[in-house]
Ligand binder design. Sequence first.
Ligand SMILES: [Zn+2]
Length: 644
Amino acid sequence: MKFYVTTPIYYVNDVPTVGTAYTTIACDALARYHRLRGDEVLFTTGTDENAVRVMRLAEEAGVDPKLYADRIAAVFVEEWRRLNICYDDFIRTTEPRQLRAVQNLFETIYRNGDLYLGSYEGWYCVPDETFFAETDLVDGRCPNPECGRPVEWVSEPAYFFRFSRYQERLLQYIEEHPGWLIPEFRKNEVVSFIRGGLRDACVTRRSTWGIPMPPTIPHSEGLVVYVWTDALVNYLTCAGYPDEMGRFGKFWPADLHMMAKDIFTRFHATMWPAMLMSAGLPLPKQVAAHGYWTVAGEKISKSRSARPPRPEPVLARVMAETGCTQERAVDALRYYELREMTFGQDGDFTVEGLLRRYADDLGNDLGNLLHRVLAMIGRYRQGKIPPPCPPDATLHPAAVAAAEGWEEAVERLDFSAGLRAIWAFLAEANRYVDQQAPWALAKKGDEQGLDRVLYSAAEGLRISAVLIAPVMPQAADEMERQLGLSEWKRQWSQAKEWGLLPGGQAIGQAAPLFPRLETTKAKPAAPAEPKEERPMVSIKEFQNLDLRVGQVITAEPVPGANKLLKLTVDIGDERRTMVAGIALSYRPDELIGKKVVVVANLEAAVIRGVRSEGMLLAGWVQGDDKSITLVTPERDLPNGAKVT
Ligand SMILES: [Zn+2]
């Protein structure tokens, strides 16, 4: 099988942001996934350099336009290298192969009667490279809500593409190919755009910068191909058109064109397919538009004055806050973007959200699982993987379900659901270790049981590495290294198989997969996991606790104690006084009215002269008194409601 996936080629009037990174990371994850399946993959990206605006920006910068484009293209190449984007081809539209492809396609379209010479007069927005009708203008300015800049009156001879001729064929194609345009609600936008009537489109400009119209077309001197139509042709060029038609026949049509929503309806979902129809070429199999990243609710856009974050400062912050390497920060960013955004919808980008995902999903669910299991193999089995055992009755089906969940979700480009399916498996693996309690088996001297549980848990880790590899390739490599699998040839099918981890193999040197600053700074000699040594409690013993929802009525400092607050808490049938050591994390006024969870039957104690009757449940990062966070009902519950 072949798989050809494309990002749009990015304008060199801007540098990469977390928005363009999202498009590129999504395509990279798909490309890596298909390579793991054994498909022959062509994954392309690049830069769009023939815009008239590039010439103007270069003039402003006082450099030659080609040199200007070289500089910005290098910024993109460098950013994709940093983000571990493994593309097969990076095309720049100033390359000779693009000129050959564009001229060849235009000659074909001309021969087929879809190009005619006319005269174009209209309002032109230079930043958007778009003509607008007088009636489209808003207060005489560019109608693009992201732009709104002054427009120029342009009048010149120009070639037109008979877009109008394809109106019915496009509608019919859309109807006959459900799932061609993704997501569904955007398909409806496209249909109404086409039904609104397609006007023939001006496809040339008079300029000295850009791809000249083919000299075989009459009256084309001085005309270059309009940058938008030129840019779209890159998808053909990368597949080998027109120089290597054998290769082109293999890779074209593309399996997926991916882009942000702003260039979907007018260009990728209508203009481009119409051009291909005119040239007698098959259409791409899928065209998909994702939403925008917003920052605190505002769209990340190149046209806004507010600068969207570039990946680099985001990565620097993750490294500073966690103590992780750049590689791991990149994995975290890749994970966060794909996990957080519902494909097609807008998503809000926050570094805080990224750090939360880092701590919870990556540090706890994944990193801690690796750490725990390998530490026990070190402790109980001298660092050797126990002999393979038959498939575990819960873990193996859960792994198959995770792999299938990802497969099914990425068909719909629902990366978030795909990752949720994988994290359901990680939750199962964590639960497995908790329930099987290898430390208890070791204490009892159940060697066979211990072998079985440790092998199964390690096999779960091997499977996890395969599952996360498309999204976090470097973390997957590191997991395999720690499992002792450094020479492993990873394949997707291995996620559904059991028993591939060789018994007797020595595990690699352990290191925190997604470290935290507290743990990297903490004294090194604390490997004993206190969690493991805690006695088990029966359900009966647990039920002896009277846990209830309460509400803080008053809060005040306790004189002479900087960590303590004296609270009055309403627990339904009565009000209690409680002393809580949370003053470094909460101001008294923040607490008034807050719903909390209270241990109502704790023996009373006198603390600093105040009688305290009960205790508030809270979590904290060990050693950090400022990190105390009260447990609060996720939805509202009445005071006194039982917590079980
Ligand atoms: Zn504009």
